[in-house]
Design a protein around this ligand. Structure first.
Ligand code: SF4
Length: 386
């Protein structure tokens, strides 16, 4: 058994004794820290394939090394090395992505599934992903693609022009970059997003938000809506649960808001990790202070998955408590997802409490608004409605 398998097995008594006193966490937290910043040494294929493209943003260093400028991991790769996100390689002193035009997941989804509740409700999003992610979430629901290299997963041959054709013919109103982590396939996303915008389709960024400011600002003019997964309001939890850091994600939220991209936030409530009431309170205060009260917040229920399959699901009363807490802290539109709480999906006017959008799972929502206003009191409801 190698070290990582050993850590993940939950069998190491010595490490469990050294870990936080939570009855569920035990040694899982240590394994996530173990992979943060990992670069795969001498791991690149000998020759490039047709689904490769020179990388979006990088710098050449000495001795054939390159620095990837896309995300805060700042991978420095020698010739033959592969990035943390698993999609980029140093090929003979230049940086290439191997995730271009080869999506492994392509679906037509209701936009509510992203989740985006205040942006073109009832429309479809042509959704795609390649492999790869710059995080190592121990609860990842899509680990079969997010934690793989492009060569390890079956994929379609779908370059941006073809993807645009499919998206247009599908009747979708938007193209969503989702499922794994679009920052890990930014070259593919950027080229398709430009084409999609020219065709009148919106582009949706569904992301962990772990991206540097310069590439994000280059992307912003082509992105109309984003749902950023704010995983915790604690740098320590980001490092242990996700293999990331908090501050760059907060910076991404500020930038998207400042650039006028429609923004919603998702927060997964993981027992023993992100279910601390004080932390949620601080997160809500930060949102209202930095992004304003109109940024919708989705609390999602954790379901045991991947390396956290021994944790219980999030208790429903806790989700309801957090929803009320967020409202009390001034956030006007707070939702509960992944949970049997039917009214948790509905939109109520923040001024008079009138039900204005009723949602039943991913069925087409029933819209009660009139020109973006509450039919009862006339208050303008924040969002992009048509
Ligand atoms: S950021 Fe998303 S895709 Fe990446 S590991 Fe975490 S949950 Fe999975």
């Amino acid at each position: 058994m190698n070290r990582r398998t050993f850590l993940a097995s939950g069998a190491c008594l010595a490490l469990s004794l050294a870990c936080p006193p939570c009855p569920w966490i035990r040694n899982e937290a240590w394994a996530a820290r173990d992979v943060t910043g990992e670069v795969f040494r001498d791991d690149a294929p000998d020759t490039l394939w047709k689904w490769s493209k020179e990388a979006f943003s990088y710098s050449r260093l000495d001795q054939g090394r390159v620095l990837c400028n896309v995300c805060p991991h700042a991978c420095v790769l020698s010739p033959g090395d592969r990035s943390v996100c698993r999609n980029k390689i140093n090929h003979q002193g230049s940086l290439y992505t191997l995730a271009y035009g080869n999506p492994c997941s392509v679906h037509l989804d209701p936009i509510e599934k992203k989740p985006l509740f205040h942006f073109l409700p009832g429309t479809s999003a042509y959704s795609l992903a390649t492999t790869g992610c710059n995080f190592r979430c121990r609860n990842c629901q899509n680990w079969q693609i997010s934690q793989k290299k492009p060569s390890q997963v079956r994929h379609q041959d779908l370059f941006p022009g073809e993807a645009l054709k499919e998206a247009s013919e599908s009747g979708a109103s938007s193209v969503a970059y989702t499922y794994s982590e679009p920052i890990a396939f930014i070259e593919y996303m950027a080229d398709l997003a430009k084409l999609a915008r020219d065709k009148g389709l919106a582009n949706l960024l569904i992301s962990n938000g772990f991206i540097n400011d310069t590439p994000l600002r280059e992307l912003c003019p082509h992105i109309q809506a984003a749902n950023i997964n704010l995983k915790a309001f604690s740098d320590e939890i980001y490092r242990t649960l996700n293999g990331g850091r908090l501050e760059p994600v907060l910076e991404t939220l500020r930038t998207l808001h400042g650039e006028g991209v429609h923004l919603e936030i998702t927060n997964l409530v993981v027992p023993g990790y992100t279910d601390d009431r004080d932390m949620v309170k601080k997160m809500c205060d930060w949102i209202t202070d930095q992004l304003g009260p109109d940024c919708p917040l989705h609390f999602l229920r954790f379901i045991p998955r991947y390396k956290l399959d021994r944790l219980p699901p999030t208790p429903i009363p806790l989700l309801k408590d957090f929803r009320q807490l967020a409202r009390n802290r001034g956030i006007r539109y707070v939702y509960i997802g992944n949970a049997p709480v039917p009214e948790g999906l509905n939109t109520y006017c923040h001024h008079c409490g009138e039900l204005i959008i009723r949602r039943r799972g991913y069925q087409a929502p029933e819209l009660g608004m009139e020109k973006g206003r509450c039919p009862s009191c006339g208050t303008e409801i924040p969002g992009v409605w048509s």
